[in-house]
Structures are given as structure tokens and as C-alpha cells.
Design a protein. Structure first.
Length: 135
């Protein structure tokens, strides 16, 4: 299935929950920008709904939910990059967000090597992105 709100909203909702955990102004601004770029007028509302749904799930249900959602994704790398945009919306990638990024890659069927390449290219293009280290 081509990219659509239905295909990417679960992963964007998961990215929000994996990041700050709430659909705040920063995450919403990023999603609205993606909505404009992709031409998906309903993306903001769909992501807000997904955040509510995912926030109420336990870990096993969350993993299964994303695994089922991944079956509808035709362009796994594009969805992974879109998730990375949301994870980095606040200008910081935390250790937890980075771990979640690689979990999303695995769920989407993107190899760890390829996910690392996508991440490295993203970091090279972003000005002032902070990657937090474990302390």
C-alpha cells in the first residue's frame, strides 16, 4: 500500500509516545509539516488518535499493533525516515528515542545496517541535532 495517513499514523503515534510521550506543540508542528508536505490533510487528527490509543497499550499489545500496521507498509524506509523526523522534532535524539528508532526499523523489516545509514544521513543533514549519550 502506498503512503497514506492510515499507513503512517500508527508509526507517527508510536514515535510521539516513544519521544516525549505527549502530542505537544513540537510534535504536532512536525506532523503538520509532514501533513502539508505529503498532502494528508487528516494526518494531525489521525496521529492524535493514535497517540491516545498507543498510550493506553501495554508493551506486548503495542509491539503486536505495530507489527500488524507494518504489514500495510510498502515503503518501509520512507516510513522509518518519517518516524525519525518526529523523534527528532525537538532537536534532540535521546538514548530511548534511538533505541525506539531501531525497534521501528526491525518491525518494518529494515536491516540494522540500513537503518544506521538512514540515521547517519539524517544526522548529516540536520543542523544542531543533539544525540544524547548514556550517562
Amino acid at each position: 500500500m502506498a503512503l497514506s495517513t492510515k499507513v503512517i499514523a500508527p508509526f507517527l503515534g508510536a514515535s510521539v509516545v516513544a519521544g516525549e510521550g505527549v502530542y505537544d506543540e513540537i510534535a504536532q508542528g512536525c506532523v503538520i509539516g509532514l501533513s502539508d508536505e505529503l498532502g494528508f490533510a487528516d494526518l494531525d487528527a489521525a496521529v492524535a488518535s493514535e497517540v491516545d490509543k498507543i498510550s493506553a497499550m501495554v508493551d506486548d499489545a503495542f509491539d503486536e499493533y505495530l507489527a500488524v500496521a507494518a504489514e500495510a507498509v510498502a515503503d518501509q524506509e520512507a516510513v522509518l525516515l518519517i518516524c525519525l523526523n518526529v523523534l527528532a522534532a525537538d532537536g534532540v535524539i535521546s538514548v530511548n528515542e534511538l533505541a525506539n528508532y531501531f525497534t521501528f526499523a526491525d518491525i518494518l523489516g529494515v536491516s540494522e545496517d540500513r537503518a544506521s545509514e538512514i540515521f547517519d544521513d539524517f544526522v548529516d543533514e540536520m543542523d544542531d541535532l543533539v544525540i544524547e549519550d548514556e550517562e
